[in-house]
Each structure stands twice: as C-alpha cells, then as structure tokens.
Design a protein around this ligand. Structure first.
Ligand code: ADP
Length: 504
C-alpha cells in the first residue's frame, strides 16, 4: 500500500482557533451549552482528541430558534435591502477566500480530507457559492399575471406574485464536506432574507463555527445565523421538530431523512432533503478507455467514497470489461493514503470509528456472499491509529448483494459487466431506490443523450464526474431527496409565493 505521512505546519490562526472553547452561536453571542456539557472532536487521521464543542440540547435549540424568530420578525435584517444582503454575502465569499489556508487546514484536520483537495475544491467552491448567491439576492422576483375571472366579466384586476422569505429555517448538515455543505445551505437561505439555525455534524463542527465568525465579520446582524453543535438525537431532532421553525433543510442519510420528515410532519413544516445514492457509472464500449478508467476511479475514490453521489456501481460493457476493471484496480492500488494534513495524501481516513466499522461490515458481507475483492482486501490502521480503509474494487457481484444494493459511503466500488444497453443496462442502472447521479462514458454523443434521458437521476455526467458549480442544480429523484441545492432552483426551498389581487 502507498502511504505518505509528512504534515503541513498548522497556521497560528488554526492553532488558536482549534485551541479555544467551541461554543454555540445564539443571537450573536458565543455561549456554552445550557447543560455545560461538551463533546470531543477527533482528528480521524490519528484518532486524537483535538477539541471540545458545546453539547447543545433542547434548551439551546429553543434559545436559538427564538433568536432566529426575533431577527426575522423585528431585526435589522428584515429591513435591509436585497442589495445590502447581497453585499454581505459577497463579503462572506471574500473572507472565505482570504482565509483559504485556514479553512483548508481545518477541513483536513477535522474531516481527514486531503489538504490539497480542500485547498483546490472545498474552500473555493464554498466562496463561489456565496458570491453566486450574492447576485441572486437582488433578483428574487414575482410576476404580474393577467386574470380572466369568469364570474366578474366587467371587472379589472391588477394581480401579481411576491416571493417572500419562508421564515425561520433549520439546516442540518453532514460531515463529508463540512464547509461546503454549510455554504450550499447558508448562501441561498441568506440571499432570500430568511433567518437560520444551523446544526453541523457532530463529527466535524469546526469549519462551520469558523464560517459563522466570518459571517459575523462580514456584517450579518445578530440572530440571523445561529449555530448549535451537538448530536443528532439530542440536538438535531428537537430542532427538526421545533414549532418555531418554518422549514427544515437537511442533507444526510436517507434513514435520517425519514426521521426528519416524521419530525416535521406534526406541524407540516416545509422540508427539503438531499439524501443518499448508489449511483451508476456506465462505460460503453466506444469510450476513451483511459479517460473512463481515471474517471471511474475518481468517481468512487474522491473524498474516500464519502459522497452521496459517489459512482459506486460501475457498469462496463462486455468488450472492454477486463481492461476497465483491471485499470480501476490498478488505479486503486496506486492511490497514496495518508493523513488529511499531509500534502502528498490522495486519500485520507474515513471520518469516524462508526464509518470505519460500517464500511468493514460491507466488505465482510461481500466476501461472505461470494464476491471477489480485487484490491483493498484489508482495511487497515496504517498510521498512528486513524480510520483508514484501502480503496477497494469488488467484482463478481450479483444484483442482490448488499454491497451492490446499499449505500456504503466508503471507497468501495462494485464492477459489473453488461451486454445490452436498451434493456439490460437501463433496467439495472435504475434498479435502486436512489436517484441522485449517474455517469456515462462514450464517444457517441447520441448514445449519451439517449441513455441519459432514461436514467432516473437528478444529475447525469457525460465523460466527466463530480463536476459541481454553484449555478448547476443538484439533488435527487426517488429516495435521494426532495428539492435541489444550488442554481437558482435552490431559492425555491426558502421562498413562499404570495398572490396579490387588486380590483382596479
Ligand atoms: P451519516 O449517517 O452520514 O452520519 P446522518 O444522516 O446520520 O449522516 O447525519 C447527518 C446530520 O443529521 C448530522 O448533523 C446528524 O447529527 C443529524 N442527525 C442525525 N440523526 C438525527 C435526527 N434523528 N434528527 C435530526 N438530525 C439528525
């Protein structure tokens, strides 16, 4: 196995930030949990405890929701012009960029992702998300609508719609892209003029807390953004169920997505969900084979497979199956594993002990069910601890095996052979409860369109994979979610439409 271990030196800013107490942000003030409790934050590359954060519960959630309500109803935020909101968002983008190295180090330390990836992707994408949404703040418009009311033939009306912020929004985010998921959620909700209570994942709260400081520095008034840190059941659940919350926006597992829907059902809160996936990545026999091999491997091993859209089911057409399977296996074996903070790391550890055990459970089940593990046979703790799992390629699966059916959320890909496109491939690719994303590798653009149109997924990548942009909507069909992130479509998640009809 390839490894690397030399670490970048933490900046003074990161050291100071990590070393301080990590409190909740409520009504513009940093405060400990009412209970006084804290929980431990780990570096998944070493399993060392690096910090403690406020273990917020129901009482803290109540305070945060009240602060968000007050800021929505009466605060300066509700009187700001869209342009003023846009300028604050733009400043947040600038400040993220100005602190790029600090954010990248926090992500590498807290989540275990390679620092090179955090510098090149997570942090710049987060900055761009705020800038993109800064532009939308001034472009949230209704329509004027001509009426033809049959029972008042002589009357005239002036009718129009207004797009209004939905109110107090609870946002619950996962640990796989801690900063970027916070940016995907916060930038649009702030553009619309809503107020927020954000709950980062308990595994990775640091960059969201740092981002909250940046938001305050950029001029966000107190109470507009509140951040509560804590666990799913004790902090997330009361937030999702809180009667003072108008809308819950959640990203995470499909399983917890169902709990969110149940929690929101009591008072019929609006809900959007960005959930799991088991995305098919399809290599047709006319593809550029080398590009497809690289693309298929990156589709699954990027972020250690901890992506809801990871290309975890690779389908390869018969004629080139051996070549592609062998190429992806070779690629997997060549990846350099290492701590997030090592500049040479291509793949870091999984985020937690729980994930480590979950992914290993899948590997055990694959072996027990008779699949062939072509590489990454052993998961291992290579360094001084750390939740490392080797990139793993599995062949000889059948379509009923757990590794083929269920979301693994780790660096594990199944490779399956197919013959026929029209019946076999489309049926198998769509044969999943999920519908988040898909990839197609081909030189024939007509085939790409014809297949892409029949895939029941929110995104189709052709001859590329994992391409994200603030302007491009992302979200799922079927059990992969409700609603879309990014693009102007995301604004719908946080707006109500008011119809105004005036007799003139
Ligand atoms: P994963 O399974 O990938 O760890 P989860 O879906 O469990 O992701 O977690 C995503 C987010 O949802 C985290 O912030 C977590 O604390 C939160 N969460 C977990 N359980 C609940 C729950 N019952 N209600 C609300 N939020 C929850």
């Amino acid at each position: 196995m390839n490894t690397t271990s030399e670490l970048v030196a933490l900046t003074a800013g990161v050291k100071a930030f990590v070393g301080q107490p990590h409190e909740a942000l409520i009504d513009g003030r940093w405060q400990p949990a009412r209970s006084g409790k804290t929980f431990e934050i780990y570096d998944p590359s070493s399993e060392d405890v690096i910090a403690h954060a406020a273990d917020c519960g129901k009482e803290d959630v109540n305070l945060a929701v009240s602060a968000a309500r007050k800021a929505f109803d009466t605060g300066p935020w509700s009187r700001m012009t869209p342009s003023e909101r846009g300028k604050i968002l733009w400043r947040i983008g600038d400040l993220i960029e100005a602190n790029l190295e600090e954010f990248a180090q926090l992500e590498a330390l807290d989540n275990g992702k390679p620092i090179a990836v955090a510098r090149a992707a997570d942090v710049p994408l987060a900055a761009e998300m705020f800038r993109y949404m800064a532009g939308w703040a001034t472009k949230i418009e209704g329509n004027t609508i001509p009426l033809s009311v049959p029972y008042t033939p002589d009357a005239q009306y002036h009718a129009f719609t207004r797009k209004e912020p939905i109110g107090v929004v609870a946002q619950i985010i996962p640990w796989n892209f801690p900063l970027l998921m916070a940016a995907w959620k916060l930038a649009p909700v702030l553009a619309t003029g809503c107020t927020v209570v954000l709950k980062p994942a308990e595994e990775t709260p640091l960059s969201a807390l740092r981002l909250a400081r940046v938001c305050m520095e950029a001029g966000l008034p107190p109470g507009v953004l509140n951040v509560v840190t804590g666990f799913g059941e004790s902090c997330g659940a009361p937030l999702a169920a809180h009667p003072g919350v108008d809308k819950v926006a959640f990203t995470g597992s499909t399983e917890v997505g169902r709990l969110i829907v149940k929690a929101a059902a009591h008072d019929l809160k609006k809900v959007t969900l960005e959930l799991g996936g088991k995305s098919p990545n399809i290599v047709l026999d006319d593809a550029d084979v080398e590009a497809a091999i690289q693309g298929a491997a990156s589709a699954i091993f990027f972020n250690h497979g901890q992506c809801c859209c990871a290309g975890s089911r690779l389908f390869v057409q018969e004629k080139i199956y051996d070549q592609v399977a062998e190429g992806v296996t070779r690629f997997a074996a060549s990846l350099r594993l290492g701590p997030g903070l090592s500049p040479g790391t291509q793949m870091g550890p999984l985020v937690s002990q729980t994930q480590f055990e979950r992914v290993n459970g899948f590997l055990t089940s694959a072996r027990e069910q008779g699949a062939k593990v072509a590489t990454g046979n052993a998961s291992s703790r290579t360094f001084k601890g750390g939740f490392f799992v080797e990139p793993t390629v599995i062949e000889n699966t059948n379509d009923s095996m757990r590794v083929y059916q269920e979301e693994i959320f780790g660096p594990v890909v199944t490779v399956s052979r197919f013959k026929d496109v029209d019946d076999e491939l489309i049926r198998r690719a769509n044969d999943t409860v999920y519908g988040l994303a898909a990839g197609i590798w081909t030189r024939d653009i007509s085939r790409a369109h014809r297949i892409g149109n029949r895939l029941r997924t929110g995104t189709v990548w052709v001859n590329c994979y994992n391409i994200f942009d603030a302007s491009l909507p992302f979200g799922g069909y079927k059990q992969s979610g409700w609603g879309r992130e990014m693009g102007h479509e995301v604004l719908r998640n946080y707006l109500e439409t008011k119809s105004v009809c005036m007799s003139i």
